[in-house]
Design a protein around this ligand. Structure first.
Ligand code: ADP
Ligand code: MG
Length: 486
């Protein structure tokens, strides 16, 4: 049933030594009981109880986590403990493997999915393909090949839509929903960590669940390249071609990895053309637009742009709050106060992956050190991230924003005019430069028409004073700071 997976994956492990799920569950109950004593009820309930044991290989126990978040968490915090406790019952166990996936419906199903997942390595990198079910009546069969390969958390339901990503989202939904080929290819692009992989996997999940008969294949461009090189080496390119050309939906993630004009690119292009000609859906992601894919031949670039090109923009504050709230809803065992969520959304602006990482870290400190989740805790444990995120605000940006806000020319920031109408905004810009960047006072002075650092210091103090006494200026500063941090 998973023969497509077998054919395209490397070194699939032998079948598990123990696949008697009842024995496995009994073992897990014993191990879990001891782990619960060690970590306490609350932590156990949040992190360990949701795990499912799926297989026991010779020297390895395999557990399934429903989300990548949970997997990382358990891996970082409880892996050693789990190993020790497993070893008390099964001494030859050497490793605890944790995979992300849904608990499969049928007996043995998770096992097969995991075998494929292990062969593919990291689930985001792995090849995911769904097989045409042998008996269409068994709906869960289509998911088998995917379990452990696609992250169960990356669905449309878990994708928060905002201005930044609404076009990409709508396009992805359309591709997932429609039977005809709406746009071909769908080309998604954005900077890192903004949801491309999430949307692609959401499309895969949706199709697999709604239309089990359709064959969906998701893989990274790197994986495609690797498979192709292997096929060439083993003189098996026919099978390689066949396997890709027989899918209904082909998704290739991170196409920018095809940097050289070589035979892999050529092969990809042929596959791509053939699928598009036959009206099979192709979905591509990359970190830049088709026309900016420098390593690609012109004809490839141009053809990539024929369908719909949708970019995902950097998030805004609202979207970030929405995403954090949604991540919390997926982990009901932990409570993070609203002001902390807002603080994170306000300050971690680079990308969603980093935002999630920040949330995980705050929760980790709470769990491990027993510290209450407060703004102070967040500031404390995220100091490096906060610095990295604020470093991105430049003095240029500040000068521009402030000038705009007060309707003066940017050049007045460096001019020698002392009229209050320009001097005050200039001081506000100095104040914000001190507060929001890591620049020194002399440095800042140089950027404001070569002023002395004492002048900058005077300006900064003046604004600090006025914030206390002049509420309208305080509001100006607050608005500017918020706009700049966004
Ligand atoms: P990319 O592939 O563009 O680098 P990913 O799709 O891997 O980014 O997203 C990085 C992380 O951020 C993932 O954990 C993903 O679930 C999360 N994420 C990104 N955008 C959203 C969104 N709009 N809603 C919820 N989670 C998101
Ligand atoms: Mg990605």
């Amino acid at each position: 049933m998973t023969f497509e997976v077998d054919r395209i994956s490397e070194d699939i492990d032998d079948a598990p030594a123990v696949d008697d799920s009842e024995a496995l569950h009994l073992l897990w109950q014993r191990v879990g009981g001891r782990v619960r004593k060690a970590v306490g009820d609350a932590a156990f309930k949040s992190w360990l109880a949701p795990l499912r044991p799926v297989a026991l290989h010779d020297d390895r126990a395999v557990l399934l986590a429903s989300t990548a978040f949970l997997k990382d968490w358990v891996r970082n915090n409880y892996q050693q403990l789990l190993l020790r406790e497993f070893q008390r019952d099964v001494p030859h166990i050497r490793e605890i493997a944790i995979h992300v996936g849904l608990e499969a419906a049928g007996r043995g199903t998770a096992k097969e999915g995991l075998a494929a997942g292990e062969a593919g390595g990291d689930e985001a990198e792995a090849v995911a393909t769904t097989a045409r079910p042998a008996e269409p009546a068994r709906e869960d069969t289509a998911v088998e090949g995917l379990t452990g390969l696609l992250d169960a958390a990356l669905t449309f339901d878990n994708f928060v839509v905002g201005k930044a990503n609404e076009l990409a989202y709508a396009a992805a939904r359309r591709v997932a929903d429609s039977d005809d080929v709406a746009f071909n290819p769908l080309f998604l692009y954005s900077g890192v960590g903004l949801g491309k992989t999430h949307l692609m996997q959401a499309i895969a999940w949706h199709i697999v669940r709604a239309k089990p008969g359709r064959r969906v294949m998701y893989l990274s461009a790197e994986k495609f390249m690797y498979q192709f090189i292997r096929a060439v080496r083993f003189k098996d390119t026919m099978a390689f071609k066949e396997q890709f050309r027989s899918v209904d939906v082909l998704m290739i993630d991170d196409l920018q990895f095809f940097t050289d004009k070589n035979s892999t690119q050529e092969e990809f292009f042929h596959t791509f053309n053939e699928l598009v000609d036959r009206k099979h859906q192709v979905v591509i992601s990359a970190d830049r637009s088709p026309s900016d894919l420098d390593g690609m031949e012109e004809r490839v670039r141009s053809r990539l742009g024929w369908g719909l090109v949708a970019d995902i923009h950097p998030t805004d504050f609202e979207l970030r709050v929405g995403i954090l709230e949604q991540k919390m809803a997926m982990n009901p065992g932990v409570h993070v106060p609203e002001d902390v969520l807002q603080f994170l959304a306000h300050r971690i602006t680079s990308n969603v992956r980093e935002l999630e990482g920040a949330l995980k870290r705050v929760i980790a400190h709470h769990e491990l050190m027993g510290r209450e989740i407060t703004l102070d805790l967040a500031r404390d444990v995220l100091a490096d991230l906060l610095r990295a995120n604020s470093r991105k605000i430049t003095i240029d940006e500040i000068q521009k924003k402030v000038a705009e806000h007060f309707s003066i020319k940017v050049t007045e920031m460096s001019s020698s005019r002392r009229a209050r109408a320009v001097a005050r905004p200039r001081q506000v810009a100095m104040y914000l430069s001190k507060k929001l960047t890591t620049r020194s006072l002399p440095d800042i002075g140089r950027r404001f028409g070569n002023r002395d650092h004492t002048t900058v210091l005077h300006g900064v103090r003046k604004i600090e004073e006025l914030i206390q006494s002049d509420s309208s200026l305080a509001e100006d500063v607050r608005l500017l700071e918020a706009a700049l941090s966004n």
